[in-house]
Design a protein around this ligand. Structure first.
Ligand code: PMP
Length: 360
């Protein structure tokens, strides 16, 4: 195994980032080193926002590390996994030289971050098989090597296809790309999957990073808390590339409350309920006239092909139901992505689509 620092931009390997007022661990009672106000804002009832936050709030760091079963040195907290994606691209890719590889149809932020960094973007499409969309491991490996990819984004469960990348494939790619590229497994939806996290493979591969978020299963999308989990040396580099105080105190407090034992127990119940609803919705959609195909999903959403997707989208909208239009995505010109809602919301989806066919 090579050092993960070999994959970091040469000009950033010794970069120490911004030294903020919270970077140095100083002891004191009177804090006059950050030009903060001496009095709280009247709108800040308990005064928790008067002072800048710790760059990585220790209590939240410890809780997230325990949740994901990793050491805190492996974990970077950021503003959603969106920020982690962006930091990885910025820290690893020299503009115009080092490519980012992704496997469409897939979450759009990998391409956006590559574009912003001026990194070439390499696409290796998933294969549409009888079992759903699947990764072409050999094609990913060959393209990554041939096109100088520094980052390979695998999304598992994948958005919008719902498919899983087997951990054996993740491991095979990490091994084949050791010293050449970082393999990033975006597990935004893994709580809804019956599959282990790629964090279980971190000890075997320095060039493996896992992204997790509180935005989906934990119901905290607006708190903007996501993490990158990887080799401690890489995490330290990403921290130096990150904004000085990336975790707002109210968000950290909310996340801690949302990860308390009782809250976690409720989240687990909700996840189980969502999985049951997903499977019921998939079964109901499969026998709904006008539906061409429902893909198997390990996420909290379903990718659905329609005989006339534009009519289905309009009918759902007319019924007050907003779903994600996938028709601009390559190979998905007849598809919509439907998030699994409450039982009542899911029933409305089926009702609206059935009404459409009766009217036809
Ligand atoms: N990864 C995937 C696959 C997603 O679908 C999303 C959000 N739609 C994200 C990452 C970003 O999540 P967040 O920034 O809220 O953590």
């Amino acid at each position: 195994m090579s050092s993960v620092l070999d994959l970091v931009r040469e000009d950033l390997r010794a970069f120490s980032g911004y030294a903020s007022a919270r970077t140095q661990a100083l002891e004191g009672e009177v804090w006059l080193n950050a030009n903060e106000a001496p009095w709280p804002n009247p709108g800040d009832a308990d005064g928790q926002c008067r002072r800048y936050p710790a760059p990585q709030p220790p209590a939240l760091q410890a809780r997230l590390a325990a949740l994901y079963g990793v050491d805190t040195s492996r974990l970077l907290i950021g503003r959603g996994s969106d920020e982690a994606i962006d930091l990885l691209v910025r820290a690893l890719c020299v503009p115009g030289r080092d490519a980012v590889l992704a496997t469409p149809p897939v979450f759009g932020m990998y391409a956006v971050s590559a574009r912003l960094q001026g990194a070439p973007f390499v696409e290796v499409p998933l294969h549409d098989t009888v079992d759903g969309f699947a990764l072409d491991v050999a094609a990913v490996r060959e393209s990554a090597l041939a096109r100088s990819a520094r980052l390979v984004f695998l999304c598992s469960p994948s958005n919008p296809t719902g498919g899983l990348v087997p951990l054996a494939d993740v491991a095979a790619l990490a091994t084949a790309l050791d010293g050449r590229a970082l393999v990033v497994v975006d597990e935004a939806y893994v709580e809804f999957a019956d599959a282990p996290s790629a964090t279980t493979r971190l000890d075997a591969h320095v060039n493996l990073v896992v992204l997790r978020t509180l935005s989906k299963a934990h119901g905290l999308a607006a708190a903007r808390i996501g993490v990158a989990i990887g080799d401690p040396a890489l995490i330290a580099v990403l921290r130096c590339c990150q904004a000085p105080y990336p975790v707002p105190t109210p968000c950290a407090e909310l996340a801690l409350a949302g990860l308390a034992d009782a809250a976690l127990a409720q989240t687990r119940t909700r996840v189980a309920q969502t999985i049951a609803e997903r499977d019921a919705l998939a079964a109901a959609l499969a026998v709904t006239p006008g539906v061409r195909r429902v893909y198997p999903s390990a996420g909290n959403f379903l990718l659905v092909r329609f005989v006339d997707a534009s009519r289905a989208f309009a009918a759902l909208l007319a019924a007050g139901i907003v779903v994600r239009d996938q028709r601009a995505a390559p190979g998905l010109d007849d598809a919509l992505r439907i998030t699994v809602g409450t039982p009542a919301q899911n029933a409305r989806v089926i009702e609206a689509l059935q009404a459409l066919e009766i009217a036809a």
